[in-house]
Design a protein around this ligand. Structure first.
Ligand code: ZN
Ligand code: ZN
Ligand code: ZN
Length: 145
């Protein structure tokens, strides 16, 4: 799963942003480029170290606009702050995190059509637009400790 992302340049991220009818700003471009270098979801605190021209609240607002445009995915692990990763250029996937050391890995497990059919029969909802699904476990090094 964790293959390297293609190295797009800023122009290409600009096109991706524009294609979602979102205004292309310097911060949005810097964030997309910084996220493209990350193999795993990253917290806002860690992202501020990589996008130094951007303070935490600007970073948060820019990230959320990219999440709304489905260019970036918000991932909730470890009950702490949300983490973010690019949602373009990589297949849809989920994550597993070690409850002891915090190690995160991608997993290729998803809800299949059977579960989505069940969701479609939920009376108050017309459609399912997205889902969030994370797994928690104990990694092998922690298990043998
Ligand atoms: Zn991921
Ligand atoms: Zn572990
Ligand atoms: Zn899924």
């Amino acid at each position: 799963m964790s293959q390297k992302l293609p190295n797009r340049d800023a122009v290409s991220y600009g096109e991706a942003i524009r294609s979602k009818s979102v205004r292309v700003t310097k911060h949005r471009l810097l964030i997309m480029t910084a996220l493209s270098h990350e193999r795993l979801p990253i917290s806002i605190r860690d992202l501020t170290k990589k996008v130094r021209s951007c303070n935490e609240s600007t970073l948060y607002r820019s990230l959320e606009s990219l999440v709304d445009a489905q260019l970036v995915r918000r991932v909730h692990l470890d009950g702490a702050a949300a983490r973010y990763e690019l949602s373009i250029d990589r297949p849809h996937h989920h994550h597993i995190q070690c409850v002891r050391c915090g190690l995160i890995q991608d997993v290729d497990i998803c809800v299949r059509s059977k579960e989505e059919a069940v969701l479609r029969s939920t009376p108050a909802f017309a459609s399912v637009v997205d889902h969030s699904l994370e797994f928690f476990g104990i990694c092998k090094p922690c298990a043998s400790r």
